[in-house]
Design a protein around this ligand. Structure first.
Ligand code: SF4
Length: 217
């Protein structure tokens, strides 16, 4: 198999795209960071892009934001190994600058493929970039956080990015509270799916045009 679109597992997908040079970020990355966690996770988290430590280690959310995410997961009885964590971009933008529209356009098909393979009950978009990229909405994270939103056959819960929350104590309190709501949303989705086959979800089609560049919140 040579075409990444035909990958049936995340391991196959990684093997097929690890040498990707579809955008200029290939020139500056150390490692392509596809994601980590359970291929069959009920919850998938999508952040913005790898940072310094992620680029070095080839894993998502390994710094202080990752430790805070682990703490938030424990608050609803989950471990990192039970969820899946990815980003909209698989390679680190220099100096952690915002993703460019052309980079998102080149990279998000891989994210949609990951969603297709994992078929999570809930996708948590972390911060404005991931929320606007996946939900194609002009509404900001301040309006949408903690709500369950259905779109394209998938269920999303936008959340503030843990890195942003670590720098702003009021946001940290909101994120802690939103995780309790996420736990409730997950229970409701489990009930909804009970006695049903895990549905084959429709993955959001890419729309015309480029995603706009966005601030963190
Ligand atoms: S950011 Fe995405 S599209 Fe760009 S080189 Fe990395 S994997 Fe390829």
């Amino acid at each position: 198999m040579e075409d990444w679109r035909e990958a049936r597992t995340l391991e196959e997908l990684y093997e097929l795209i690890k040498g990707c040079r579809s955008c200029p970020l290939a020139e500056t990355r150390t490692n392509l960071v596809l994601g980590s966690g359970d291929d069959n996770a009920e919850i998938m988290f999508v952040g913005e892009a790898p940072g310094y430590h992620e680029d070095r280690q080839g894993l998502p959310f390994v710094g202080p934001a990752g430790q805070f995410l682990d703490q938030l997961l424990r608050s609803i009885g989950l471990k990192r190994s039970q969820v899946y964590i990815a980003n909209t971009l698989k390679c680190r933008p220099p100096e952690n600058r915002d993703p460019l529209p052309e980079e998102l356009a080149a990279c998000t098909p891989y994210l949609f493929k990951q969603i297709e393979i994992i078929r999570p009950r809930i996708i948590c978009t972390l911060g404005n970039h991931a929320t606007k990229t996946l939900l194609r909405t002009s509404a900001g994270i301040s309006q949408l956080h903690g709500k369950l939103i259905r779109k394209g056959g998938l269920a999303y819960v936008p959340l503030f990015h843990p890195a942003a929350a670590l720098h702003k104590p009021p946001l940290k309190a909101v994120l802690i509270e939103d995780f309790q709501r996420l736990g409730e949303h997950l229970e409701a989705e489990r009930v909804r799916w009970r006695n049903e086959e895990r549905p084959v979800e429709e993955v959001p089609a890419e729309e015309e045009g480029q995603p706009e560049q966005m601030g963190l919140f």
